[in-house]
Design a protein around this ligand. Structure first.
Ligand SMILES: *Cc1c(COP(=O)(O)O)cnc(C)c1O
Length: 496
């Protein structure tokens, strides 16, 4: 199994261990398999597998230079009792009309844990496979959840340093508290003046700055990425689509072979792309519903074939989806361009120069697996209330975006396909919005007091990841300008 860059020649290949270590290709592209795996498997056989076993299967399809022992050890370490449910990904049945795949039972209460508990395992093994002596410095731009999840995953992992950049004022109070509370001598977390797109584009620029890379290299350091641009983060996410399908077959909700829909709250397009990979691997998926909040650049893209980021950037109550440049869309473009890197390079140049591009009609015709839709702040709150009133089930604002888009879609069309809503965060991560949506009243105080207030309303067990925030000490917030990011990296590297 070989990998190549979406912007590079297909003859220039890497192993999966190299691709995981590098994160992002030096030409600015993203790593993708040269030949997409076409595994033989029987759906019925998946129903007997645990989450760990499904994950192992998928990883073996993509990462064949890792040994069986290395993959088993990685999966065992990643999906253990740091999750508060032994099934790892519980799938709730028929809540107000649809199923919810709960991806928030990991230590930081968002779906990012499913990939970021595993990535450090893969990376430390990749370092051995490739016999790398350098320290690995992980640079991460976060819209809120990747930051905490990558710090948690890499905390005190030998040979690694992590620097997380988040947009100042662009994350929820609980997300901020979580990020500032992470423990580990190899972790740095820094606020950047600007929005997520600006932080992410600066991280990409630093990644591709050859002379800066060279300087660090001389000091024994190399960069990698924990963003969903890293293939080592994307592939583990494929597992939960398979596992969920198998669970639904197992409990006779669907027959084996029946196609189902998945609705995914989308920002950087990583989670939904993993669903598309699942479909390409042979999982019976009808539609992938790409749900956006008010930053609905993707909704327009799926309707018109035009990607246009020249529009206002809204700070919403679903901050992890406040993104106008969805990095992983590049991997989809590559696939619908029949793997022609020249087309991808041209479109990405246009995006950089003009902030927009239009795909050809041939490419557009290949997007029929997707439906785009969006929900605004009012619709999101209405949906949280509808689901709670009908099913006594609390969903977070990100999940509510997908839920609302599905609800609109089901009312507009006669699509009767069983639909799973991908539930990306715990409602306790965004207690202010959830409380207000359900009760119509504002919380008395945002952050941890709001967690308590929501808990009194819901009367359930608080997740461990939230409980511990009440007792851990947090760091001071440090704020810098985007142009100060290089300098900061240098000083962290000197300290070692
Ligand atoms: C990151 C995130 C998303 C968006 O996922 P992408 O893979 O970036 O599309 C949605 N919801 C939550 C809670 C997230 O943390």
């Amino acid at each position: 199994m070989e990998y190549r860059s979406t912007r590079g020649n297909k003859k220039q290949t890497l192993t999966s261990a190299e691709a995981v270590l590098q994160g992002l290709a030096p030409d600015g592209g993203l790593y993708v398999p040269v030949k997409f795996p076409q595994p033989k498997f029987k759906l019925e056989e998946l129903t007997g597998l645990s989450y760990q076993q499904v994950a192992k299967l998928i990883l073996q399809w993509f990462f064949d230079d890792f040994s069986d022992e290395q993959i088993t050890a990685s999966v065992t370490a990643a999906y253990g009792d740091q999750f508060d449910q032994s099934e790892i990904v519980p799938v709730t049945e028929n809540k107000a009309g649809n199923d919810y795949m709960e991806l928030f039972h990991g230590p930081t209460l968002a779906f990012k844990d499913l990939a970021l508990q595993l990535l450090p395992q893969l990376m430390t093994k990749a370092v051995k496979i490739q016999q790398v002596d350098n320290q690995i410095m992980i640079l991460t731009a976060t819209s809120g959840d990747t930051g905490t999840a990558s710090m948690r995953g890499f905390s005190d992992v030998a040979g690694t340093q992590v620097i997380v950049f988040y947009p100042e004022g662009g994350v929820s109070p609980v997300q901020l508290k979580q990020m500032l509370s992470q423990q580990g001598s190899n972790l740095q977390v820094i606020a950047v003046k600007g929005n997520f797109d600006q932080a992410q584009s600066m991280v990409k620029e630093i990644f591709n700055d050859q002379s800066f890379n060279q300087q660090l290299h001389e000091q024994g350091t190399q960069f990698s990425s924990a963003n969903s641009m890293n293939i080592g983060r994307l592939i583990p996410q494929v597992a939960y689509y398979f596992y969920t399908y198998a669970q639904m077959v197992k409990r006779d909700e669907i027959e084996s072979g029946t196609s189902i829909n998945f609705a995914v709250p989308t920002g950087n397009f990583g989670d939904i792309l993993a669903g598309y990979y699942a479909k390409k691997l042979g999982l019976p998926i009808n539609k992938l519903i790409c749900a956006s909040n008010q930053n609905n650049v993707l909704t327009d893209f799926f309707k018109t074939g035009i990607y246009d980021r020249n529009r206002p950037f809204y700070l919403t109550n679903s901050p992890s989806m406040d993104i106008l440049v969805s990095s992983n869309l590049e991997r989809l473009l590559f696939m619908i361009a029949d793997e022609d890197e020249h087309i991808v390079i041209d479109l990405m140049d246009q995006l950089k120069q003009n902030g927009k591009y239009q795909i050809s009609t041939t490419m557009k015709a290949k997007l029929t697996d997707f439906i785009g839709g969006s929900a605004d702040e009012i619709q999101i709150k209405k949906e949280i209330k509808r689901v709670f009133d009908e099913a006594k089930y609390a969903i977070d604002p990100h999940t509510a975006v997908a839920s609302s888009v599905v609800h609109q879609y089901q009312q507009k069309t006669d699509d009767q396909t069983p639909t799973v809503i991908v539930s990306t965060a715990s409602p306790y991560k965004f207690p202010e919005t959830v409380f207000e949506a359900i009760t119509g009243n504002q919380v008395k105080q945002p952050g941890l007091p709001a967690v308590k207030q929501l808990n009194e309303l819901l009367q359930d067990e608080l997740p461990v990841g939230i409980k511990e925030l009440f007792t851990t000490k947090s760091r001071q917030e440090v704020v810098i300008e985007t142009k100060g990011m290089r300098g900061l990296i240098k000083s962290v590297n000197k300290r070692g």
